[in-house]
Design a protein. Structure first.
Length: 444
């Protein structure tokens, strides 16, 4: 946390008081860097991870500069998921009330008319792109008066296929506006999208704090893909767990894990985009209360989970984007607590593990639980030639210990790396040498 004060950043007395009433007295790094240029009216391009305090980084200047007149809505905040929309609304509303401003939330899965009525009379609208586009297509809302646009977690909106909805929405906004663009990662697609929307933006980049990493005990278990379900059940039974968040790569995979755990006598719930709004809210409420202790989620759905007391994170599937690993395990070890991050790694995921270890600049302790024959790697062309000279067998090469990964394409079974992996490798250095995650008690 910074030694500066919100007042020193130019935040008004009424908003400073509103923050103090919530126990927020000093800004975090992203707030220190983003608030001054935003208050100056400059467009902003900010790279900031989940849990860094970025919501207040855009909420404070947005609310402070909000014109309170009859032209509504004056501000639009786009977010990727319903859960995040509700969370951001709660953060903004606490400040907006200090100025007598109204906030409305627009997201799918519920009746559209009440949302449309609320949005038309609100000063600030927090929306998911899909439902907002529904309102615009039906002419239930106009955006002619929008003076401020915020994109929060733009990389996830891109991943979810919202890029065309975003472009359509932006085309309906006044050209004279201020735009604040926040993303946890900055792949080329995000940079191109930002360039099309921003005018001479101030650029801000912060990295997760290293202190939390010291409180997270990380380990990898090498296993076969088919053995992951039984291994997860074993881990959940053997570990002392308060709450555990299990990550899968797909929605179908999340539901399958819940079924496998049920067969092992373990209760679990899944949360992902195919669940109804009522189902998601019920499951999240039960997870917060502790009546559900095991929650299985995809990366996108987990962006809206703001729950303290998560003692364990399990990567059932390793993410193919190394930065996602950092965001995932940051769900534990909050508010000064310690946490455990356990990752399952099958043969096909070994390249992902290598990229993660390269990003975080450490070798994660590994346990080998594989059984039977190891999958053979495809020989390189020069090995095939050598094999013909050695009675059909390639010359032996140095043995590498199980669980530790070599450089080069051998980790990909001799195949060239997929394009997205090559791209992600080049981006990994953008996070810098500070690897982990949000500080204890960091606001969302």
């Amino acid at each position: 946390m910074s030694q500066e004060t919100f007042a020193a950043l130019g935040v008004s007395a009424e908003l400073t008081t509103a923050l103090e009433l919530r126990g927020i007295t000093a800004p975090f790094q992203i707030q220190t860097r983003a608030i001054p240029p935003a208050l100056a009216g400059t467009d902003l391009l900010a790279k900031s991870p989940t849990g860094s305090g970025k919501t207040l980084a855009f909420a404070v200047p947005l609310v402070q500069q909000l014109p309170l007149d009859d032209a509504r809505p004056a501000a639009l905040v786009l977010v990727p998921t319903r859960e995040l929309a509700l969370q951001v609304t709660e953060e903004i509303d606490a400040l907006a009330r200090a100025r007598g401003a109204k906030v409305a939330t627009v997201y799918g899965g519920v009746t559209i008319r009440p949302q449309a009525n609320a949005a038309r009379t609100a000063d600030i609208v927090v929306a998911t792109p899909g439902r907002l586009q529904d309102l615009l297509d039906r002419r239930l809302l106009t955006l002619d008066a929008v003076a401020f646009l915020v994109l929060d977690e733009a990389d996830r909106m891109l991943d979810m296929g919202f890029v065309h909805d975003i472009k359509r929405v932006v085309a309906m906004l006044p050209k004279e506006r201020q735009t604040l663009f926040f993303s946890a990662t900055m792949p080329q697609e995000i940079t191109r999208l930002a360039d099309s929307m921003l005018r001479d933006p101030a650029r801000v980049s912060v990295t997760p704090q290293a202190s939390t990493a010291e409180k997270i005990a990380q380990r990898v278990i090498l296993t076969e893909k088919a053995s992951k379900g039984a291994l997860l059940a074993e881990v959940l039974k053997s570990e002392t767990i308060d709450r555990v968040l299990v990550f899968t790569r797909t929605k179908h995979g999340a539901d399958k894990v819940v079924r496998v755990l049920a067969q092992a006598g373990l209760a679990a719930e899944a949360i992902h985009g195919n669940k109804s709004q009522n189902q998601r809210e019920r499951v999240l409420a039960a997870f917060r209360k502790g009546s559900v202790r095991t929650l299985v989620a995809t990366d996108i759905a987990a962006r809206g989970i703001d729950v303290d007391g998560i003692s364990h994170v399990v990567n059932y599937d390793l993410p193919n984007i190394p930065e996602s690993y950092v965001h995932r395990i940051g769900r534990t070890a909050r508010a000064g607590a310690e946490g455990v991050a356990i990752s399952f790694c099958d043969h096909e995921e070994r390249a992902y593990l290598r990229d993660i270890e390269k990003l975080i600049r450490m070798q994660i302790p590994a346990t080998d639980r594989r059984t039977g024959q190891r999958p053979a790697q495809r020989p390189a062309p020069h090995q095939q030639v050598a094999a013909k000279r050695h009675n059909g067998h390639p010359q032996s090469r140095a043995h590498h210990p199980a669980g530790r990964l070599n450089n080069g394409n051998a980790q990909h079974g001799g195949r060239p790396q997929p394009h997205h992996q090559q791209r992600r490798k080049s981006e990994a250095n953008g996070i810098g040498n500070v690897t982990f995650l949000q500080r204890p008690g960091a606001p969302r």
